[in-house]
Design a protein around this ligand. Sequence first.
Ligand code: DAH
Length: 345
Amino acid sequence: MSVNWEELRSQFEEQIASADSLNVIEQVRIDLLGKKGRISALMGQMKDVAKEQKKDFGMAVNSLKQATEKLLSEKVEQLKAQAISSQLKNESIDITLPEKKRHYGTLHPLTVVQQQLEDIFMQMGYEVWEGPEVELDFYNFERANIPADHPSRDMQDTFYVDVTRLLRTQTTAIQMRVLEAKASDLPIKVVCPGKVYRNDDDDATHSHQFIQMEGLVVGENITLGDLKGSLELIARSMFGKDRQIRLRQSYFPFTEPSLEIDVSCHICGGKGCPTCKNTGWIEILGAGMVHPHVLEMAGIDSTKYSGFAFGVGIERVAMLKYGIDDIRNFYTDNISFLETYKRFE
Ligand code: DAH
C-alpha cells in the first residue's frame, strides 16, 4: 500500500489554513482527527500494510497526526484572537461622535415680563387678581364711568359677543370687579394682569389682542404723590436708571385727574424714529386718581377713601426692555425669535 504523505500533509494544511471561524475549524478537526476522521482511517489501514512497511507507515501516520494537531491548535489560537479583536472593535464607543442636541423650551418673553412685574408688585404688598376675558359691558364700561353713548367708547373699538357681553377691552374691567368685591374690605392693593381685545388693525405697535396689567390702590389718604412714587419705582426696576420718564396730563373717564406716563424711546434714545413716530417718547402707562363717582358706584365712600389706578401694556414694556421693534413678533410663534429671549429669563 502506498500513500503520498506529502500530498496528504499539504491537503490537510490547506484545509486548516482556509478555515475562517472557530465553527469551521472545529469541523476540520473532526474531519481530520475525529474518531471517524481521516487520520483514524489511515491508522485503520495498518492491518493491510505489509509487515516490513508497518513501522514506516506507523511513523508517517504519527508524524502527520502530530503536525496536524500542531497546525490545528495554532489555527484555533489565531481564530480566537481574531474573534476577540473583532468583538472589541464592534463594541467600542466612538467618543468623537457629537452629542445629540437636546431642545429645551423657554418661557415666552411676555410671560417673563408679566411675571417680573407681578414679582415687583408682590414685593410691595400687592395681591394678584384675575377676571373673565368675556366680560359684561357693565364692568368693562358702565362701572368705569363710561355709559352707553359716552364718546370715549369710540376710543376702544369693541368685539361684542351680544348686547351685554363683550371681549374686555381693558383690564380696568377687573379693577371694577375688585372695587365691588372689596368695598367693605379696604384697603385695596392689587394688580390685575390679563388679555384684552380691540377691533384694531394690526401694525408694528398695535395688536387686536394684547396683555395689560391694571394696578389699583384704595385706602385712606391715598394721594397723587403715592401714585407718582409707585410708578417711578416700577419704571426704575423695569428699565433701569437710564430711561427717562415723563408725566402728561390726560383723560380717562374713570380717573380724575388722569395721567399718561411716557418712557424715552429705546430705539433712537429720544432723537425720533419710526417706532416712536418721531416724538422720542413711547407711551407705556395710563394712570390717575380713581374717579369719586367710580368709587361711589362700587359702594365706597369717596369722602373717606381715595385711590390711584394705572394700566400698563405688557407688550410695550417687553418691547422697551428687549429692543423689539414690531409687536407682531410676539404672536407669530417664530421659534428662533423666542429662543433669542431665553437669556432674559
Ligand atoms: N384702561 C386704560 C386703557 O386701556 C388704561 C388705564 C388708564 C388704566 C388709566 C387705568 C388708569 O387704571 O387709571 O387704555
